[in-house]
Design a protein. Structure first.
Lengths: 77, 223
């Protein structure tokens, strides 16, 4: 009786082992996760728009500063 | 006007290209890195900019030592300053990137330490400059120091990172990029968009500061 139950446990353990090995196998074959869903949903464009706005704002500020310095240069000359 | 400033417009369009193609373009799928590989266009470009500005800075320092022109010293100082700004941004962005790939903001990696030491050496350039009250002496000593600081870039960011094991890509070879990690699509955006775009932006900011410094120099000379 004791023997048969331990055999049962052993066989269940062996079955689970194969499941674990299988799971690791599939983990290894899994491709690295990329934000493909984000892209297909179109949300990445939101990020791009935000960045482009910041970029434009930053450059407008620089142009403004550049002009101001040019004006001072002209006045001093 | 346009003939003189075309490169400022170019900088804008190159960065516009980097910001759009950099996010919408396809990138190679890599484990751990995932989408963060796009940081190449921003984080790595900061270091390239820093190196270029430090090279320009040391050239003007040598020019100053040869000809003793105050304007050369101003050029050297302002390019070193922009270099430090880009370097600090590179260090901060790198440590954020490291947090989500290597697991920690700071792992005492040889490349992190080397970059930090290089930046501290350049920060000392400004400490030295500002501690000397005599203008000529300050310019002369800091020009000599700048040559030394530039020489220290070789071991800190160019030699040691190539010799030691590191978490950073490109372990035993190029310290910044493993060329196997990026493909031709990324290479185009990186070399033709991000690097010249960011560098020209830095040059623009430097020239603005240089012009202001030259104005104040003129003001001091002529009352």
């Amino acid at each position: 009786m004791v023997k048969s139950s331990s055999r049962l446990y052993l066989s269940v353990f062996a079955m689970m082992l194969s499941v674990i090995v299988h799971a690791q196998d599939s983990l290894k074959n899994e491709k690295p996760q990329m934000a493909d869903a984000l892209r297909s949903n179109g949300k990445i464009y939101v990020v791009v728009v935000v960045l482009v706005i910041i970029l434009i704002g930053l450059f407008l500020y620089l142009v403004n500063t550049d002009k101001k310095i040019s004006r001072i240069e002209k006045n001093i000359k | 006007m346009f003939l003189k400033n075309w490169w400022k417009l170019l900088s804008f369009f190159l960065l516009l290209y980097t910001f759009t193609a950099g996010f919408l373009g396809k990138v190679p799928a890599k484990p751990i890195l995932n989408e963060t590989i796009r940081n190449l266009y921003f984080h790595v470009a900061m270091w390239f900019g820093m190196m270029i500005f430090f090279i320009v800075s040391v050239i003007y320092s040598i020019k100053y030592l040869r000809h003793n022109r105050a304007s050369d010293d101003i050029y050297a100082m302002e390019f070193a300053r922009t270099g430090i700004v880009f370097g600090l941004l590179g260090l901060i962005t790198g440590s954020v990137w490291a947090r989500y790939t290597w697991g920690d903001f700071w792992s005492n990696d040889p490349k992190q330490l080397g970059a930090a030491i290089a930046l501290l050496i350049y920060l000392a350039y400004f400490v030295l400059r500002n501690s000397l009250t005599d203008i000529d002496k300050s310019a002369r000593i800091s020009a000599v120091y700048n040559v030394f600081a530039f020489a220290m870039l070789f071991p800190t960011i160019w030699i040691i990172p190539r010799l030691v094991e590191s978490l950073h890509p490109g372990g035993m070879g190029n310290p910044a990029l493993d060329t196997k990690d990026i493909d031709s699509r990324m290479r185009v955006i990186f070399w033709f968009g991000a690097i010249p775009g960011w560098t020209l932006l830095g040059v623009w900011i430097s020239t603005l500061r240089i012009r202001l410094q030259l104005l104040s120099l003129k003001h001091e000379l002529h009352g």
